[in-house]
Design a protein around this ligand. Structure first.
Ligand code: GTP
Ligand code: MG
Length: 446
């Protein structure tokens, strides 16, 4: 597949993703931040990888897909108002055909082995002859009924002035699903490059939607989406064209009581329900009822329906302009915002820790200070109390000692000899008196 040029915005964005990836995987990116980002953007590393891969896809393909002979190539002719493909009654489109807006008419082929070749075309698409030259060239390159070699191309890229195709949006014609295996494989391989789909359903084919091979593609698309391989694809913007309503039998097979119109209306309601069942996100206004081959004055309803379809398609094309770039820029922006939030959150958390620790230390210090203050106060009070007790006790003792009973009890305790019985030798006598007073004081203090 063609890669965007080095200087292209896609490439620059891809480099940005690569740098971000390195930062996110480095040790500097701490676990707290990683955890934060996992919650805001689950699986962010895998998604970045997918973004990088998706940005390398140059094509914004609106892929026209459906069963063989459903009318895909006819639809594209109608859209371009040019008969660039020849309608065939049997399986015809053999390869992916990308149709893009380009000032000059040009065709580039890509072989299955990746080799590309420019096919020179000297004509103007605005002239009938120029249109025929292009049709004949494409017949040779994309139509298996004309050339067996056309199967060897992986894709054929055709450009000419198509004003309604904006940006790098392209319309992609695909081989029918249910055709020869090898061509179906090309469609499946191309699915991840699609940003939108137009599914064409042949209402006249036996069994209608029940037997259609379309659900195979739809299932593959759902799987690709689940694997994040089509991040820019919006399943609500899928278009279903139910085609070939003119081929529905009006031969009296229907109930006797109901008219052909009633029967057609019943089929239409059932078909819409079948489509909603297999693609629940489809919008009712994106299911169209058409006769692509016989769109003329007689089929006014079909022509009106085609106009509505063109409006829807133009809206989708406009919505898909630079879709890949915008989608991935939005993801990068969200990721960076969440990283910033995560970093701020981490900073706030660590700041809170420091502040909390500081507050705790202050609290402890205040507590210690308070304890010291209380201790000082207590100590003083205690000393005061002791002093008071001592003072009071001293007073009490002094008063007691001053009384006759006191003097008698202190100086003549029962277990000691009476002072009157002690021989009076002044030094020894005064020593004895001091000893008896001390004995009393000791007794008071204990
Ligand atoms: N009766 C009828 N035939 C139609 C209608 N639309 C397309 N056809 C015819 O159906 C045949 C197949 O049409 P294509 O446009 O080649 O179909 P396709 O889906 O591109 O087919 P492949 O490329 O082989 O998968 C052609 O002969 C068309 O003319 C329609 O509304 N009614
Ligand atoms: Mg075709």
């Amino acid at each position: 597949m063609v890669r965007p040029p080095t200087e292209s915005p896609q490439n620059k964005l891809s480099i940005l993703f690569e740098e971000l990836q390195k930062i996110l995987e480095s040790d500097e990116f701490d676990d707290g931040l990683r955890k934060y980002l996992h919650e805001s953007n689950p699986d962010y590393l895998r998604k970045i990888e997918k973004c990088k891969k998706d940005l390398l896809k140059e094509d914004h393909g609106i892929v026209v897909a459906g069963e063989t002979s459903a009318g895909k190539s006819t639809l594209i002719n109608k859209l371009l108002q040019k008969r660039i493909f020849k309608g065939r009654n049997k399986e015809s489109t053999s390869t992916i055909c990308k149709i893009r807006n380009s000032e000059d008419i040009k065709i580039i082929t890509e072989l299955l082995n990746g080799e590309t070749e420019i096919i020179p075309l000297q004509c103007s698409i605005e002239t009938e002859i120029g249109e025929k030259i292009l049709r004949d060239t494409l017949k040779r390159l994309t139509d298996m009924t004309s050339s067996k070699d056309s199967k060897d191309f992986r894709s054929v890229d055709v450009g000419f002035p198509i004003p309604f195709l904006k940006g790098n949006t392209i319309i992609v014609d695909t081989p029918g699903i249910g055709g020869s295996g090898e061509v179906s494989k090309k469609v499946m391989e191309y699915l991840p490059y699609a940003v939108s789909f137009i599914f064409v359903v042949d209402v006249g084919s036996a069994g209608g939607m029940q037997n259609d091979r379309l659900p195979e593609i739809l299932r593959s698309i759902i799987e690709l989406q689940l694997e994040d391989e089509m991040p820019c694809f919006d399943p609500r913007e899928v278009i279903f064209i139910t085609n070939k309503w003119d081929t529905i039998a009006r031969d009296g097979d229907s109930d006797e009581d109901s008219s052909d119109e009633d029967q057609e209306e019943k089929t239409w309601i059932e078909l819409k329900q079948d489509i909603k069942n297999i693609w629940p996100s489809v919008k009712e206004e994106n299911i169209f009822k058409m006769n692509l081959k016989h769109m003329n004055a007689r089929t006014v309803a079909s022509a009106k329906e085609f106009e509505n379809f063109q409006h829807s398609l133009k809206r989708i094309i406009k919505g898909n302009e630079n879709i890949r770039l915008l989608h991935h820029i939005r993801f990068l922006d969200e990721l960076l915002k969440n990283m910033a939030k995560g970093i701020n959150f981490g900073l706030a958390l660590s700041k809170r820790c420091v502040e909390e620790q500081k507050a705790l230390t202050n609290k402890h210090q205040a507590k210690i200070k308070d304890l010291k203050r209380k201790w000082k106060e207590g100590e003083r009070k205690l000393l005061d109390d002791i002093q008071k007790i001592i003072k009071n006790e001293a007073h009490r003792v002094l008063n007691y000692m001053s009384t006759d009973v006191g003097k008698e009890t202190i100086l003549n305790p029962p277990e000691q000899k009476s002072l009157t019985e002690i021989r009076y030798i002044p030094i020894l006598f005064s020593k004895e008196i001091r000893k008896r007073i001390e004995m009393y004081v000791q007794g008071v203090l204990h």
